[in-house]
Design a protein. Structure first.
Length: 269
């Protein structure tokens, strides 16, 4: 399949394939973290193929052979319908769904609260903030159910919700002299949790962002360091080969039977 049908609706597999290309580009140093995050957010918000193609048009696609990948290597913006092979290996959403909730409430009154790390998100989580707020980080969390609801109520306060790539997000909240950020809304992986963020804020708001998990970020940084070290080593080896294999210093033509020393006397006639 190619990008000749830009108005066709994009599939979850196509969004994830684009996300994989972006992760490779980040690991290779082709994209900075800010640009990577911006493109990744756009990929998960994309509704059509036409919105996905520009995100990777200037990036190489590793492993594209025109046959196995379902798109020709000279068409970098092409997409296909085959599910990405790394999806179940990298996400394992089924392993993160189920169990008892560790927290169902979060209250921040002239202060704040945080839910981070390996906590279990309940089916319904309620956040209350009065001149304060809280932070909900779902990147390493488990989920009590595949569908969860986060209710946010704030007066002169606000909340931040961080979700990992692959999780479906739907924002329904109402802001009065404030607002709910819906830029991270989008479909998720087929077997991933779906998070609905709702509620009401007055003179406050709720920020929803997508970020890769810390473990994945560290892995990408390590891969970038390894690649840079490999490139430095190859350049160093190339210089060494050039130095040892280059032309030797020129010598005078010594002529037969001599060492090239000039005679001190006049040549006899």
């Amino acid at each position: 399949m190619s990008d000749e049908l830009p108005e066709m609706r994009a599939s979850d597999a196509e969004r994830e394939r684009i996300a994989d290309v972006l992760r490779d580009a980040l690991a290779e140093g082709r994209l900075g973290m800010d640009e990577f995050q911006e493109r990744l957010d756009s990929a998960y918000r994309a509704r059509t193929r036409g919105e996905l193609v520009p995100l990777v048009r200037d990036l190489p696609h590793h492993g594209d052979d025109g046959a196995s990948a379902g798109r020709s290597p000279e068409r970098p913006g092409a997409l296909d319908d085959s599910p990405p092979p790394s999806l179940s290996k990298t996400r394992r959403w089924a392993e993160r769904i189920g169990g008892s909730a560790t927290s169902r409430w979060g209250i921040g009154i002239m202060g704040g609260f945080g839910r981070r790390g390996q906590w279990t998100v309940p089916r319904v989580f309620t956040a209350l903030g009065i001149m304060g707020g809280g932070e909900l980080d779902l990147r390493e969390a488990r989920f009590e159910d595949r569908n969860v609801v986060i209710r946010c109520f704030a007066l002169m306060g606000g909340f931040s919700v961080t979700v990992p790539p692959g999780v479906g997000v739907e924002v329904r909240g109402v802001g009065i002299m404030g607002g709910f950020d819906s830029s991270a809304s989008g479909f998720g992986d087929a077997d991933a949790p779906h998070v609905v963020i709702t509620g009401v804020t007055m003179m406050g708001g709720v920020a929803v962002v997508r970020k890769i998990p810390r473990e994945e970020k560290l892995k990408l940084r390590a891969e970038r360091r390894q690649k840079r070290e490999l490139e430095r080593r190859e350049r160093r080896q190339g210089r060494d080969r050039h130095r040892h294999g280059g032309p030797h210093a020129s010598h005078r033509d010594h002529g037969p039977g001599g060492h090239g020393h000039r005679g001190h006397g006049k040549e006899s006639l």
